[in-house]
Design a protein around this ligand. Structure first.
Ligand code: HEM
Length: 127
């Protein structure tokens, strides 16, 4: 039986559209704008590379940037629990807009919930 690779099922085009819509929302979210750069072009490019490998596609992120070490790379940015939820809300809305649904969406989103919660590196009181 052929193993199902989420990246192949979703496809590069939909993934790219998802990431662009996601950062369009991040750019307008009052809780997220303070910690993101004004120009999200490069951020989106890296996120497309990362999510490609996260979903079982080619290791594009690692090839260009080395081991992701995502928690360490996020340390300079104050990520509270509320910011992680805001990030996830933007992603859920972007998934709605590109029409990603069913098990492929649920599995992907559930993994993102775990990863987002793992990025939390500040207590809300440290703000
Ligand atoms: C980079 C915030 C969760 C993947 C960044 C940057 C910020 C940020 C501020 C730097 C942007 C830049 O300088 O270009 C957040 C917040 C999160 C979150 C608030 C909420 C929990 C995640 C998750 C993933 C992720 C869940 C993966 C699924 C990345 C990647 C980069 C990045 C791949 C680029 C790293 C690099 O510079 O090479 N994030 N992030 N982030 N984030 Fe997140």
């Amino acid at each position: 039986r052929k193993p199902i690779i989420p990246y192949e099922e979703i496809g590069a085009e939909l993934l790219s559209d998802l990431v662009d819509r996601f950062y369009g929302k991040v750019a307008r979210h009052p809780m997220l704008t303070p910690i993101f750069p004004d120009d999200l072009t490069e951020t989106a490019r890296k996120q497309k590379q990362f999510l490609t490998q996260f979903l079982g596609g080619p290791n594009l992120y690692t090839q260009e940037h080395g081991h992701p070490m995502l928690r360490a790379r996020h340390m300079p940015f104050p990520i509270t629990y509320d910011r992680a939820q805001a990030w996830l809300e933007c992603m859920a809305e972007a998934m709605d807009e590109v029409g990603l649904d069913g098990k492929i969406r649920d599995d992907f989103y559930n993994r993102l919930i775990l990863t987002a919660n793992h990025m939390v590196n500040r207590q809300d009181t440290d703000e």
